[in-house]
Design a protein around this ligand. Structure first.
Ligand SMILES: [Zn+2]
Length: 189
């Protein structure tokens, strides 16, 4: 299958990042909802279904090397996660959302216990490890860029024909559908 340099760069980045960070599985999300309840951790809004306004907030934000791991997530509604908290530190935001000190203490220790459970301890990536991975991503991206540029330059020098979209189609054997025929997924709409 034909692939572009930018897709390849993305794949490399995702592959290397996956070595130090993992997206939660559905089982883990279910476990988290069992622990915190099917409601927004901050405002208590209930989730009728996971399609209904449900997001996974990061306790330690991504900008501070917080991981995607389930140990670093709490269930949150879109309003709390995306509109109200934004980049506010977790504890600061939680204090604003809690009506009493007792509520804050209770929620705070619930999260502390969640993070400390032996099964889930992967909340923050060490800066050194983060830099190492990003450094390698950059190196490989630079290598891809220079390889592509060098090969393109040599092709030009030799007068080698450049493939266009139609040539790619021919080489891959993929025939576009005749005009007026919709792609399969949309056929029944
Ligand atoms: Zn909320």
């Amino acid at each position: 299958m034909a692939t572009s340099p930018s897709i390849s760069k993305n794949v490399v980045k995702r592959m290397l990042l996956a070595l130090i960070d993992f997206e939660p599985t559905w089982n883990e999300i279910g476990e988290m909802l069992g622990y915190f309840g099917y409601e927004c951790f901050y405002c208590g809004k209930e989730f009728a279904s996971l399609k209904d306004d449900f997001t996974l907030d990061h306790i330690v934000p991504r900008a501070k090397n917080g991981t995607n791991c389930i140990a670093n997530r709490v269930p949150a509604c879109t309003r709390c996660n995306c509109h109200e908290r934004r980049d506010q530190p977790f504890e600061e935001f939680l204090r604003i959302k809690c009506k009493t000190d007792a509520e804050f203490e209770e929620k705070h220790s619930a999260v502390a216990f969640w993070c400390a459970t032996s099964f889930h301890q992967h909340t923050q990536i060490p800066q050194e490890l983060w830099e190492l991975v990003n450094d390698h991503v950059r190196q490989i991206h630079d290598l891809i860029d220079s390889s592509v540029a060098e090969i393109r330059e040599k092709k030009k020098e030799l007068g080698f024909p450049t493939l266009n979209a139609k040539d790619f189609q021919k080489l891959s054997g993929f025939e576009p559908p005749p005009k007026g025929v919709r792609a399969r997924g949309n056929a029944r709409r």
